[in-house]
Write a protein that binds this ligand. Structure first.
Ligand code: NDP
Length: 476
């Protein structure tokens, strides 16, 4: 029988996705530019299901039932375009091409448009969970047309992660919506990791706890509201002993965080959308600072810190305070992330169901967490929720922790431990809830130096003050 679906690109992700499909009973055609990867897959894992190896794309296309469904899982960027260009002339109207790599959603919109004009469906689909997820059930965020999802949905939901019997795969929306949401997932992942790192740093520097003791703290946190994959693996990394020195593993790792770019994309896009995503921005900047060896080495041990770098805090009370600060900051990061999704959905007419996005992320992906249920519930209660932070659950969660959060940010500042994620989140929260912001002064300044005009609190219209003359006000 012809294959039901194909995967081209058999590096770690594509190979595991193909195995996942085969293990779930689908007949999978497989192809890779260098044949050796195809051969290795068949030799090592051919027994796991029905694979049809293909030496080239024409053979791959010929082995498929129609309408064809072909998943591209190659290096993002030009390689994806190269594969699409080679594939398209081989296809027939109605065939479906899925890009499951980490494409920028703007590229996905361009590709979808080009293929639509040729009568083909192009589906940009986010896939999260790394190689482990690809094999055992990833979180899947497909974009593209409803028709393409009608054909792909039964396959994708079957191979995705499941939580309480529900698949972590939902049709996100047309064209680039799936890749946008995947990008946002990665941005939130950056923010989450930054906040976890700040919590670790503060507890270590203020309380002098060892990495092993800190592993216990995170393990304990993982049994409460913070329960999540990232908190779980934080405990694992902190308890790891370095095989060479016998000391804590975390102490032998170079403290320069790298990035592949999806976090930076998120922040760039949010700037264009005009949505503050300060948690993600601080996370990206934090990684950049960590890697800025020239300036760090010029400043380390040279720039003075506070005279008194010790805080007079109770051990258990401070641990609990940091837990609150972490949770509250995390809620802010998610609220900002969902704001960005909402704004993009409006801008591009994607009509994204925000609550459903939280369900996609409950399993399979890196940010999987217990509290995503809370996001789903919040949007179920009110689909038009202006911000997650004003939902009753979130409001109360932050209210319960805010005094602790403020103490932690104050302690960080007074002992000189950087906590950009915690403090940016707190500033955002205070900015959001402020009844009046100093933006009024900014508008005054803008009108003075550039005649940019201002609006008034007491009547409609734009106005300008004659700053260089008699200071009368006139309508602009
Ligand atoms: P890589 O990103 O390392 O890409 C390697 C694959 O791309 C190989 O199959 C390679 O073929 C193929 N390739 C590269 N250039 C071309 C080209 N010009 N024409 C045809 N094929 C080409 O593989 P990964 O498995 O790590 O990732 C695949 C995709 O999944 C990427 O887009 C990545 O961003 C995304 N992704 C990765 C995750 C991860 O955890 N690694 C998680 C989620 C998504 P060859 O063997 O011939 O060199």
């Amino acid at each position: 029988a012809p294959a039901q679906i194909a995967v081209t690109g058999l590096a770690v992700m594509g190979r595991n996705l193909a195995r996942n499909l085969a293990r779930n009973g689908f007949r999978v055609a497989v192809h890779n530019r260098s044949k050796s990867r195809t051969d290795a897959l068949i030799e090592e894992f051919g027994h796991e299901g029905e694979f049809t190896p293909a030496d080239d794309l024409p053979a791959l296309v010929a082995s498929l039932e129609q309408p064809r469904k072909i998943i591209i899982m190659v290096k993002a960027g030009e390689p994806t375009d190269a594969v699409i260009d080679e594939l398209v002339p081989l296809l027939d109207e109605g065939d479906i091409v899925v890009d499951a790599g980490n494409a920028h959603f703007a590229d996905t919109r361009r590709r979808e448009n080009a293929l639509r004009e040729k009568g083909l469906h192009f589906v940009g689909s986010g896939v999260s969970g790394g190689e482990e997820g690809a094999l055992n059930g990833p979180s899947i965020m497909p974009g593209g047309s409803p028709e393409s999802y009608a054909a792909l949905g039964p396959i994708l939901t079957k191979i995705s992660a499941h939580v309480n019997g529900e698949p972590c795969c939902v049709h996100v929306g047309p064209d680039g919506a799936g890749h946008f949401v995947k990008m946002l997932h990665n941005g939130i992942e950056y923010a989450d990791m930054q906040l976890i790192a700040e919590a670790y740093d503060l507890l270590r520097q203020v309380l002098g706890l060892s990495p092993a003791e800190l592993a216990d703290v995170f393990r304990d946190w993982n049994s409460g509201d913070l329960e999540s994959f990232l908190i779980e693996i934080t405990a694992e990394v902190l308890s790891q002993v370095d095989p060479t020195t016998g000391g804590p593993f975390v102490d032998v790792v170079l403290d320069q965080a790298e990035q592949k770019g999806t976090g930076r994309w998120t922040v760039q896009v949010a700037l264009d959308l005009g949505i503050p995503v300060s948690g993600m921005a601080e996370a990206v900047f934090g990684r950049s600072l960590s890697g800025d060896v020239v300036r760090r080495s010029a400043a380390a041990g040279v720039l003075p810190g506070p005279a008194e770098a010790k805080a007079d805090v109770d051990r258990d009370a401070f641990i609990e305070d940091v837990r609150h600060a972490l949770y509250a900051s995390k809620l802010v990061a998610y609220a900002q992330g969902f704001d960005a999704i909402r704004a993009a959905s409006e801008q591009y007419d994607w009509d994204i169901d925000l609550g459903a996005m939280a369900t996609i992320w409950r399993g399979g992906c890196i940010i999987r967490a217990r509290f995503l249920d809370r996001i789903k519930e919040a949007y179920d209660r009110n689909p038009a929720l202006p911000s997650l932070l004003v939902d009753d659950y979130f409001k109360e969660a932050v209210a319960n922790g805010q005094e602790a959060w403020r103490r932690v940010v104050a302690t960080a500042a007074s002992v000189g431990v950087p906590a950009p994620g915690f403090s940016a989140a707190l500033s955002y929260y205070d900015g959001l809830r402020a009844e009046r912001l100093p933006a009024a002064l900014i508008q005054g300044l803008r009108d003075l130096f550039g005649a940019h005009t201002y609006r008034r609190v007491d009547r409609d219209g734009a106005f300008h003050l004659d700053w260089s003359g008699d200071r009368t006000e006139s309508p602009a």
